[in-house]
Design a protein around this ligand. Structure first.
Ligand SMILES: [Zn+2]
Length: 116
């Protein structure tokens, strides 16, 4: 285990409203989707894990585990990580919205060129 992705668990509807509010305030949005119903909002109450970038060839994986009737998002390494090496995991965004593709700039040899 490397770090826990902390934040506030929100229902989808609340997360969408908060995302709009943050964007209107020109604030960073840090959210992690647990499932089709729930999102962890790390924008205001999150820890350092919210700054971990996406990579198509990551050195970490994010796992959602149930814990005491709640959820925990655990970031674990999938190989040895060298001192000073940037942590990254595959965001695994849905490919539902083909109109708004997000370009990937991870720079790895196996880069898919898109995050979603
Ligand atoms: Zn990439």
């Amino acid at each position: 285990m490397v770090i826990e992705y902390n934040g506030t668990v929100l229902r989808n509807e609340v997360a969408i409203k908060k995302q709009r509010t943050y964007k209107s305030q020109n604030r960073g949005v840090f959210m992690f989707r647990i499932d089709s119903e729930r999102v962890v909002d790390a924008s205001q109450t999150g820890g350092l894990a919210r700054y971990i970038n996406h990579s198509c060839t990551p050195n970490c994986v994010a796992e959602v585990v149930t814990f005491e009737r709640g959820y925990k998002i655990i970031i674990t390494s999938n190989r040895r990580i060298e001192k000073g090496e940037e942590l990254c995991f595959d965001y695994q965004f849905d490919c539902v919205d083909s109109q708004h593709k997000i370009a990937c700039h991870c720079g790895t040899a196996d880069c898919r060129k898109r995050i979603n």
